[in-house]
Design a protein around this ligand. Structure first.
Ligand code: FA5
Length: 348
């Protein structure tokens, strides 16, 4: 190679190299520039390989120049590399930056199911009056669900049309929490003051006010000298505690085989206060069945009806919840729609 050509190539490579290195924008580009400037196929390497064939003076001079060029390029590459590494780090830090001044994300509070809320409100009212909580199985036998409750074998409630039977003869899904009355009286002597919340099952088509699976709270009080006015006073106290002091209670005669006399209990409507509106129709909302315990039921449980009297009542929890929260369709309680359930956030 002609020494003049070699000098031109070395100086050209130095100028081009310094520009290229300055223009790199990433660590990969730096590596590429290094290969193209100082790699085996680079013009600088070709000159380097040809130095041996030059005259000693030219070889010495060009050798020095070649070393200078390589040092200059190496230094520029190193400088650029550390600059790019620094900014890559900055970028990483910027991306990962946590803004501690941002408002935090609050965890959403969960909520109790409205039926759970209402059930414990009902139970609370009675436990404050001195009642305790009793429980019974959801799969009941004929004796507790019917026979002991004075529901004779030919009673329509016993037919397949109204009750849900299971494969085991003599067992069914309980149709009312009244079965717990019997279990409680069988298990203890009077006086008895219990409430029994639980799920019940009926062969019934679901609509806005009826479910085939729903919940009841049964109440039972047996003692000496209990009268109908105790029942009325207790239910009035309950209605006022749950729905407010302005609510009135109405009792209408009704028939249940296990009570005598029996009644249906309604509260004055929360919207129209007994006048009549689209929610209640006639001003009253029916909540529960109640009555004085039939002497035969007391006898069935081994209690002396000459000495003890008592009252019982059974209310639908869904119905109470509808009145309490102004819910127009009972099916909403079972659909699990978050938009509906959210309304009860924070309610205890
Ligand atoms: C009874 O179940 C009686 N065991 C109540 C009773 C207990 C009477 C003690 C006397 C002494 P009834 O079938 O009416 O009665 O139901 C009582 C309450 O449960 C109703 O007032 C209503 O609030 C609710 N209820 C009844 N059927 C349904 C249903 N399909 N869906 C939702 N709630 C219902």
């Amino acid at each position: 190679m002609d020494p003049a050509d070699a000098r031109r190539i070395l100086e050209g490579e130095r100028d081009r190299g310094l520009q290229d290195i300055a223009a790199t924008a990433s660590l990969e580009e730096i590596e590429q520039a290094k290969v193209s400037l100082l790699g085996r196929k680079a013009p600088w390497s070709e000159v380097q390989r040809s130095l041996g064939q030059l005259e000693p003076d030219a070889r010495r001079e060009l050798g020095r120049l070649s070393n200078e060029v390589k040092s200059a390029l190496d230094a520029a590459i190193e400088e650029r590399r550390s600059a790019l590494e620094g900014s890559a780090e900055d970028e990483l830090l910027r991306d990962d930056r946590v803004d501690v001044t941002l408002p935090g994300r609050r965890p959403r509070p969960g909520s109790l199911h409205p039926l759970t809320i209402v059930q414990s409100q009902i139970v609370d009212v009675f436990t404050r009056m001195g009642y305790r909580v009793a429980e019974g199985p959801e799969i009941e036998d004929d004796w507790h669900n019917f026979e002991a409750l004075n529901i004779p074998p030919d009673h329509p409630a016993r037919t397949m049309k109204d009750s849900l039977y299971i494969d085991v003869p003599g067992l069914l899904l309980r149709t009312e929490t009244s079965a717990v009355q019997i279990r409680t009286m069988e298990a203890q002597d009077p006086p008895v003051y219990v409430v029994a919340p639980g799920r019940v099952y009926r062969r019934e088509a679901a609509d806005a006010t009826h479910g085939s699976v729903f919940h009841q709270v049964e109440g039972l009080a047996v003692d000496e000298g209990i009268s109908f006015s105790d029942l009325k006073g207790t239910l009035e106290a309950f209605a006022k505690a749950l729905f407010g002091p302005e609510r009135r209670v109405r009792l209408n005669p009704d028939y249940f085989p296990f009570v005598e006399p029996g009644c249906q209990v309604a509260v004055s409507c929360f919207l129209c206060d007994g006048v009549g509106c689209r929610v209640c129709g006639n001003g009253w909302i029916e909540l529960l069945g109640a009555g004085m315990i039939h002497p035969k039921v007391l006898e069935n449980c081994g209690y002396d009806p000459e000495r003890y009297t008592g009252f019982a009542f059974g209310m639908g929890i869904e119905r109470v919840a509808m009145v309490r929260y102004g819910v127009h369709d009972l099916r909403l309680f079972f659909e699990g729609d978050v938009r509906f359930l959210e309304r009860f956030e924070g309610v205890a």
